[in-house]
Write a protein that binds this ligand. Structure first.
Ligand code: DP6
Length: 323
Protein backbone atom coordinates (compact mmCIF):
# COMPACT_ATOMS: atom_id res chain seq x y z
CA UNK A 1 0.00 0.00 0.00
CA UNK A 2 1.32 3.52 -0.71
CA UNK A 3 -1.77 5.48 0.33
CA UNK A 4 -3.68 5.40 3.62
CA UNK A 5 -6.13 7.63 5.51
CA UNK A 6 -6.41 7.80 9.28
CA UNK A 7 -8.57 9.61 11.83
CA UNK A 8 -7.25 10.66 15.23
CA UNK A 9 -9.14 12.45 17.96
CA UNK A 10 -7.77 15.31 19.98
CA UNK A 11 -7.14 14.93 23.68
CA UNK A 12 -6.92 17.22 26.69
CA UNK A 13 -4.64 16.60 29.60
CA UNK A 14 -5.99 16.22 33.14
CA UNK A 15 -2.39 16.17 34.37
CA UNK A 16 -0.39 18.41 32.06
CA UNK A 17 2.78 17.92 30.06
CA UNK A 18 4.84 21.13 30.24
CA UNK A 19 8.60 20.49 29.98
CA UNK A 20 11.07 18.25 28.13
CA UNK A 21 14.02 16.16 29.28
CA UNK A 22 15.44 16.04 25.72
CA UNK A 23 14.31 18.64 23.19
CA UNK A 24 15.99 16.97 20.17
CA UNK A 25 14.19 13.65 20.71
CA UNK A 26 11.11 15.40 22.10
CA UNK A 27 11.16 13.45 25.37
CA UNK A 28 8.92 14.70 28.19
CA UNK A 29 10.38 15.70 31.57
CA UNK A 30 7.37 14.10 33.30
CA UNK A 31 4.41 11.90 32.46
CA UNK A 32 0.89 13.19 31.78
CA UNK A 33 -2.70 11.89 31.83
CA UNK A 34 -5.34 12.82 29.26
CA UNK A 35 -8.78 12.04 27.95
CA UNK A 36 -9.40 11.52 24.24
CA UNK A 37 -12.24 13.62 22.80
CA UNK A 38 -14.87 12.18 20.50
CA UNK A 39 -15.96 15.43 18.84
CA UNK A 40 -12.61 16.93 17.78
CA UNK A 41 -10.69 15.04 15.15
CA UNK A 42 -8.19 15.23 12.30
CA UNK A 43 -8.45 13.15 9.12
CA UNK A 44 -5.19 12.71 7.25
CA UNK A 45 -4.36 11.02 3.96
CA UNK A 46 -0.76 10.15 3.16
CA UNK A 47 0.46 9.12 -0.25
CA UNK A 48 4.14 8.18 -0.77
CA UNK A 49 4.68 9.30 -4.35
CA UNK A 50 8.00 8.61 -6.17
CA UNK A 51 7.38 11.57 -8.51
CA UNK A 52 7.41 14.15 -5.67
CA UNK A 53 10.60 16.17 -5.08
CA UNK A 54 9.69 17.09 -1.48
CA UNK A 55 7.09 16.31 1.19
CA UNK A 56 3.98 18.47 0.78
CA UNK A 57 1.09 19.12 3.11
CA UNK A 58 -2.29 20.76 2.67
CA UNK A 59 -4.28 21.58 5.81
CA UNK A 60 -7.93 22.45 5.20
CA UNK A 61 -7.06 23.37 1.62
CA UNK A 62 -4.03 25.59 2.43
CA UNK A 63 -0.37 24.58 1.93
CA UNK A 64 1.55 24.29 5.23
CA UNK A 65 5.25 23.85 6.08
CA UNK A 66 6.41 20.27 6.57
CA UNK A 67 9.59 20.84 8.66
CA UNK A 68 7.98 19.66 11.89
CA UNK A 69 6.81 16.48 10.16
CA UNK A 70 10.26 15.72 8.81
CA UNK A 71 11.78 13.72 11.74
CA UNK A 72 8.69 11.51 11.86
CA UNK A 73 8.50 10.99 8.07
CA UNK A 74 12.25 10.34 7.78
CA UNK A 75 12.02 7.78 10.57
CA UNK A 76 9.13 6.00 8.82
CA UNK A 77 10.95 6.05 5.45
CA UNK A 78 14.14 4.62 7.02
CA UNK A 79 12.20 1.88 8.80
CA UNK A 80 10.23 0.93 5.67
CA UNK A 81 13.29 1.34 3.39
CA UNK A 82 11.48 3.71 1.02
CA UNK A 83 12.72 6.94 -0.53
CA UNK A 84 9.50 8.51 -1.79
CA UNK A 85 8.30 11.86 -0.49
CA UNK A 86 4.85 12.17 1.06
CA UNK A 87 1.79 14.04 -0.14
CA UNK A 88 -0.26 14.82 2.98
CA UNK A 89 -3.83 16.06 2.88
CA UNK A 90 -5.35 16.82 6.23
CA UNK A 91 -8.57 18.27 7.70
CA UNK A 92 -9.43 19.38 11.22
CA UNK A 93 -13.10 19.64 12.23
CA UNK A 94 -12.13 22.37 14.77
CA UNK A 95 -9.97 25.57 14.85
CA UNK A 96 -6.25 24.85 14.36
CA UNK A 97 -3.51 26.02 16.73
CA UNK A 98 -5.81 27.66 19.27
CA UNK A 99 -5.20 25.37 22.25
CA UNK A 100 -7.54 22.62 21.10
CA UNK A 101 -4.65 20.21 20.63
CA UNK A 102 -4.58 20.17 16.83
CA UNK A 103 -0.96 18.99 16.99
CA UNK A 104 -2.09 16.00 19.10
CA UNK A 105 -4.72 14.75 16.68
CA UNK A 106 -2.68 15.93 13.68
CA UNK A 107 0.50 14.01 14.48
CA UNK A 108 -1.40 10.93 15.69
CA UNK A 109 -3.34 10.78 12.40
CA UNK A 110 -0.17 11.43 10.38
CA UNK A 111 1.71 8.67 12.21
CA UNK A 112 -0.98 6.08 11.63
CA UNK A 113 -1.63 7.05 7.99
CA UNK A 114 2.07 7.35 7.07
CA UNK A 115 3.11 4.04 8.68
CA UNK A 116 0.20 2.24 6.96
CA UNK A 117 1.00 3.90 3.62
CA UNK A 118 4.63 2.81 4.02
CA UNK A 119 3.49 -0.78 4.62
CA UNK A 120 4.68 -0.92 8.25
CA UNK A 121 2.76 -2.94 10.82
CA UNK A 122 3.54 -1.53 14.23
CA UNK A 123 2.09 -2.03 17.71
CA UNK A 124 0.11 0.79 19.33
CA UNK A 125 3.06 1.47 21.63
CA UNK A 126 5.45 1.73 18.71
CA UNK A 127 3.01 4.07 16.95
CA UNK A 128 2.71 6.16 20.11
CA UNK A 129 6.50 6.40 20.41
CA UNK A 130 6.69 7.55 16.79
CA UNK A 131 3.87 10.10 17.17
CA UNK A 132 5.82 11.62 20.07
CA UNK A 133 8.54 12.65 17.59
CA UNK A 134 5.95 15.00 16.09
CA UNK A 135 4.31 16.20 19.29
CA UNK A 136 4.37 14.93 22.87
CA UNK A 137 0.61 15.13 23.29
CA UNK A 138 0.10 13.22 19.99
CA UNK A 139 1.51 10.07 21.61
CA UNK A 140 -1.63 10.03 23.81
CA UNK A 141 -4.11 10.28 20.90
CA UNK A 142 -3.18 6.78 19.68
CA UNK A 143 -5.39 5.53 22.51
CA UNK A 144 -9.01 6.23 23.43
CA UNK A 145 -10.64 7.05 26.77
CA UNK A 146 -8.31 7.73 29.71
CA UNK A 147 -4.63 7.61 28.74
CA UNK A 148 -1.27 8.00 30.48
CA UNK A 149 1.89 9.17 28.76
CA UNK A 150 4.95 7.61 30.36
CA UNK A 151 8.01 9.79 30.90
CA UNK A 152 10.35 6.85 30.22
CA UNK A 153 14.01 6.86 31.21
CA UNK A 154 15.85 5.48 28.15
CA UNK A 155 18.04 8.01 26.34
CA UNK A 156 16.67 6.89 22.96
CA UNK A 157 13.06 7.40 24.12
CA UNK A 158 11.77 3.91 23.28
CA UNK A 159 9.97 3.76 26.64
CA UNK A 160 8.42 7.25 26.34
CA UNK A 161 5.00 6.35 24.95
CA UNK A 162 1.39 6.36 26.07
CA UNK A 163 -0.59 3.49 27.61
CA UNK A 164 -4.36 3.14 28.00
CA UNK A 165 -5.74 3.48 31.55
CA UNK A 166 -9.49 3.03 31.08
CA UNK A 167 -11.91 2.73 28.14
CA UNK A 168 -14.20 5.64 27.33
CA UNK A 169 -17.29 3.44 27.84
CA UNK A 170 -16.18 2.41 31.34
CA UNK A 171 -16.58 5.93 32.73
CA UNK A 172 -18.42 8.39 30.46
CA UNK A 173 -17.54 12.04 30.91
CA UNK A 174 -18.61 15.19 29.09
CA UNK A 175 -16.31 17.99 27.99
CA UNK A 176 -17.77 21.38 27.07
CA UNK A 177 -15.31 23.58 25.18
CA UNK A 178 -15.84 27.34 25.14
CA UNK A 179 -14.06 29.03 22.23
CA UNK A 180 -13.05 32.57 23.18
CA UNK A 181 -10.67 33.26 20.27
CA UNK A 182 -10.36 31.02 17.23
CA UNK A 183 -7.05 32.54 16.00
CA UNK A 184 -3.75 30.70 16.33
CA UNK A 185 -1.94 31.33 19.62
CA UNK A 186 1.05 33.67 20.02
CA UNK A 187 3.58 31.31 21.66
CA UNK A 188 3.23 27.65 20.74
CA UNK A 189 3.62 24.92 23.37
CA UNK A 190 7.07 23.91 22.20
CA UNK A 191 8.58 27.38 22.60
CA UNK A 192 6.51 28.03 25.71
CA UNK A 193 7.71 24.99 27.61
CA UNK A 194 11.34 25.64 26.70
CA UNK A 195 10.89 29.18 28.00
CA UNK A 196 9.39 27.95 31.30
CA UNK A 197 12.24 25.47 31.87
CA UNK A 198 14.78 28.25 31.33
CA UNK A 199 12.94 31.19 32.82
CA UNK A 200 10.64 30.23 35.71
CA UNK A 201 11.89 29.93 39.30
CA UNK A 202 9.13 27.33 39.90
CA UNK A 203 10.04 24.82 37.19
CA UNK A 204 11.68 22.16 39.43
CA UNK A 205 8.77 22.34 41.83
CA UNK A 206 6.28 21.98 38.95
CA UNK A 207 7.93 18.70 37.87
CA UNK A 208 7.79 17.32 41.43
CA UNK A 209 4.13 18.32 41.69
CA UNK A 210 3.36 16.59 38.39
CA UNK A 211 4.82 13.29 39.62
CA UNK A 212 2.65 13.42 42.74
CA UNK A 213 -0.45 14.41 40.74
CA UNK A 214 0.05 11.47 38.37
CA UNK A 215 -0.02 8.99 41.26
CA UNK A 216 -3.18 10.58 42.65
CA UNK A 217 -4.96 10.79 39.27
CA UNK A 218 -4.29 7.11 38.45
CA UNK A 219 -6.03 6.13 41.70
CA UNK A 220 -8.93 8.54 41.06
CA UNK A 221 -9.51 7.11 37.58
CA UNK A 222 -9.49 3.57 38.97
CA UNK A 223 -12.12 4.62 41.56
CA UNK A 224 -14.28 6.67 39.11
CA UNK A 225 -14.46 9.55 41.61
CA UNK A 226 -15.66 12.54 39.53
CA UNK A 227 -15.25 15.27 42.16
CA UNK A 228 -11.69 14.16 42.89
CA UNK A 229 -10.89 14.00 39.15
CA UNK A 230 -12.27 17.48 38.50
CA UNK A 231 -10.66 19.08 41.54
CA UNK A 232 -7.23 17.62 40.75
CA UNK A 233 -7.43 18.41 37.01
CA UNK A 234 -8.38 22.03 37.79
CA UNK A 235 -5.64 22.38 40.40
CA UNK A 236 -3.00 20.86 38.09
CA UNK A 237 -4.07 23.20 35.26
CA UNK A 238 -3.83 26.25 37.52
CA UNK A 239 -0.37 25.16 38.69
CA UNK A 240 0.74 24.93 35.04
CA UNK A 241 -0.65 28.41 34.35
CA UNK A 242 1.08 29.71 37.50
CA UNK A 243 4.32 28.33 36.04
CA UNK A 244 3.58 29.99 32.71
CA UNK A 245 2.84 33.32 34.42
CA UNK A 246 6.08 33.06 36.41
CA UNK A 247 8.13 32.51 33.22
CA UNK A 248 10.23 35.45 32.04
CA UNK A 249 8.93 36.89 29.76
CA UNK A 250 5.52 35.87 31.12
CA UNK A 251 3.32 33.47 29.18
CA UNK A 252 -0.25 34.69 29.54
CA UNK A 253 -2.56 32.49 27.45
CA UNK A 254 -5.88 33.72 28.92
CA UNK A 255 -8.03 36.53 27.65
CA UNK A 256 -10.84 38.29 29.51
CA UNK A 257 -13.42 35.74 28.40
CA UNK A 258 -11.27 32.86 29.71
CA UNK A 259 -11.32 34.48 33.15
CA UNK A 260 -15.06 35.24 32.91
CA UNK A 261 -15.65 31.58 32.09
CA UNK A 262 -13.61 30.41 35.09
CA UNK A 263 -15.76 32.57 37.38
CA UNK A 264 -18.97 31.36 35.75
CA UNK A 265 -18.00 27.70 36.21
CA UNK A 266 -16.98 28.24 39.84
CA UNK A 267 -20.34 29.92 40.48
CA UNK A 268 -22.16 27.02 38.79
CA UNK A 269 -20.26 24.60 41.02
CA UNK A 270 -21.28 26.58 44.08
CA UNK A 271 -24.89 26.11 42.93
CA UNK A 272 -24.41 22.35 43.08
CA UNK A 273 -23.45 21.44 39.51
CA UNK A 274 -20.44 19.08 39.47
CA UNK A 275 -18.24 20.94 36.99
CA UNK A 276 -14.52 21.76 36.86
CA UNK A 277 -12.31 23.31 34.18
CA UNK A 278 -9.00 22.86 32.48
CA UNK A 279 -7.12 25.14 30.06
CA UNK A 280 -4.15 24.40 27.78
CA UNK A 281 -1.71 26.78 26.08
CA UNK A 282 -4.47 28.93 24.63
CA UNK A 283 -7.51 30.98 25.65
CA UNK A 284 -10.19 28.27 25.28
CA UNK A 285 -11.68 26.79 28.43
CA UNK A 286 -12.75 23.16 28.73
CA UNK A 287 -15.34 22.25 31.34
CA UNK A 288 -15.45 18.69 32.68
CA UNK A 289 -18.72 17.27 34.01
CA UNK A 290 -20.80 14.09 34.11
CA UNK A 291 -22.81 13.80 30.83
CA UNK A 292 -26.15 14.67 32.50
CA UNK A 293 -24.78 18.14 33.38
CA UNK A 294 -23.41 18.95 29.91
CA UNK A 295 -26.50 20.91 28.75
CA UNK A 296 -26.51 23.20 31.84
CA UNK A 297 -22.77 23.71 31.58
CA UNK A 298 -22.98 24.52 27.85
CA UNK A 299 -25.80 27.03 28.44
CA UNK A 300 -23.79 28.72 31.22
CA UNK A 301 -20.67 28.99 29.09
CA UNK A 302 -22.60 30.25 26.03
CA UNK A 303 -23.91 33.16 28.15
CA UNK A 304 -20.43 34.26 29.32
CA UNK A 305 -19.35 37.61 27.79
CA UNK A 306 -16.67 37.01 25.16
CA UNK A 307 -17.44 33.34 24.58
CA UNK A 308 -17.82 32.94 20.80
CA UNK A 309 -19.07 29.39 20.58
CA UNK A 310 -19.44 26.23 22.61
CA UNK A 311 -18.74 22.61 21.62
CA UNK A 312 -19.95 19.57 23.52
CA UNK A 313 -18.26 16.22 23.35
CA UNK A 314 -17.85 12.90 25.10
CA UNK A 315 -14.82 10.66 25.25
CA UNK A 316 -13.60 9.12 22.03
CA UNK A 317 -11.59 6.23 20.59
CA UNK A 318 -7.93 5.91 19.71
CA UNK A 319 -6.59 6.72 16.25
CA UNK A 320 -7.87 4.38 13.54
CA UNK A 321 -7.50 3.82 9.81
CA UNK A 322 -10.36 5.00 7.59
CA UNK A 323 -8.96 3.36 4.46
C1 DP6 B 1 -0.44 22.60 27.43
O1 DP6 B 1 2.32 18.26 22.78
O2 DP6 B 1 1.89 20.54 21.81
O3 DP6 B 1 -1.42 21.09 25.86
O4 DP6 B 1 5.68 18.01 22.30
O5 DP6 B 1 6.41 20.35 21.88
O6 DP6 B 1 4.68 19.32 20.42
P1 DP6 B 1 5.28 19.37 21.80
O7 DP6 B 1 4.16 19.98 22.76
P2 DP6 B 1 2.59 19.71 22.82
O8 DP6 B 1 2.26 20.30 24.28
C2 DP6 B 1 1.04 20.17 24.90
C3 DP6 B 1 0.98 21.11 26.07
C4 DP6 B 1 -0.35 21.22 26.78
C5 DP6 B 1 -0.48 20.20 27.90
C6 DP6 B 1 -0.78 18.78 27.49
O9 DP6 B 1 -1.45 18.54 26.46
O10 DP6 B 1 -0.37 17.88 28.24
Amino acid sequence: MTTATARAHSNIALIKYWGKRDAARNLPAAGSISITLEGLHTDTRVDFDPTLAADTCELDGEPVATERMRPLLDHIRARAAIESRARIITHNNFPTGAGLASSASGFAALTLAATAAAGLQLSRRQLSTLARLGSGSAARSLFGGYVEMLRGSAADGHDAHAVPLLDAADWPLAVVVAITDADAKAVDSRRGMTASAAGSPFYASWLRQTDADLVAMRAIIAQHDFHALGALAEHNCLKMHALMLSTQPALLYWNGATVNAMHALRALRKDGVPVYFTIDAGPQIKALCPPEFAATTAATLAAVPGVQSVLRTGLGPGAHLLS
